[in-house]
Design a protein around this ligand. Structure first.
Ligand SMILES: [Fe+2]
Length: 200
């Protein structure tokens, strides 16, 4: 296994983001190598299940991530085969997160339907949550924003939920989201380097 360590300026935050990605051969590793906690028997808890439903199938959710990355993978198939394959792999990792969250929501006594709770209602997940740009730069910026948003939300839910298993699960999912964030910064930096060399 080898790694690439670099940094890129994040204009929206006016700071540098240092990133590291891992490769086996030429294949980018799209998830942390740490094991996932096994879903446990839990006491029914609707409040916790509702928080997890937002992560599962709200607008900033695993469900949205699966669709977003698969859409981008299909769009980029001709234009950027390497990133297209990586996005497909990341989409599969997000689907595994969806499964783990769905199992946990079920273990908390709530049906893992594809929607997020609002008061006494559920808003069904819908396709307008996906950013449909075909511009590569905009895609990567949308992906970075999505991962940052997901990590922030997971951290809020870790604070709000008093259950060691659920906290460990969300922490473990964050590890993967950080891997994805680093990958998107890596591809964004490659794009910036290419555009600078083309301008010369
Ligand atoms: Fe995820």
């Amino acid at each position: 296994m080898k790694c690439v360590l670099s940094s890129i300026k994040n204009d929206s935050r006016n700071c540098f983001f240092c990133f590291i990605i891992f490769l086996i051969g030429d294949k980018v590793i799209c998830k942390s190598l740490k094991p996932y906690p096994k879903v446990e028997k839990l006491c029914p808890n609707e409040e916790y299940a509702k928080l997890l439903l937002e992560d599962y199938a709200g607008c900033t959710s695993e469900d949205t991530a699966i669709h977003l990355y698969l859409y981008q993978s299909l769009i980029l198939r001709e234009q950027n085969e390497e990133l297209s394959k990586v996005l497909e792999e990341i989409s599969k990792v997000e689907m595994y997160h969806l499964k783990l969250l769905g199992e946990t929501i079920g273990a908390l006594g709530v049906k893992p339907i594809f929607g997020s709770p609002r008061d006494e209602w559920f808003i069904p997940w819908n396709a307008s949550c996906v950013e449909y740009t075909i511009d590569l730069n905009e895609m990567l910026l949308a992906d970075i924003a999505r991962e940052e948003g997901a990590i922030k939300k997971y951290r809020e839910h870790i604070e709000a939920i008093d259950d060691e298993f659920i906290k460990a699960l969300l922490e473990r999912i964050i590890e993967d989201e950080l891997v994805h964030l680093n990958i998107f910064y890596y591809f964004l930096q490659n794009l910036v380097v290419k555009s600078i060399s083309c301008d010369r």
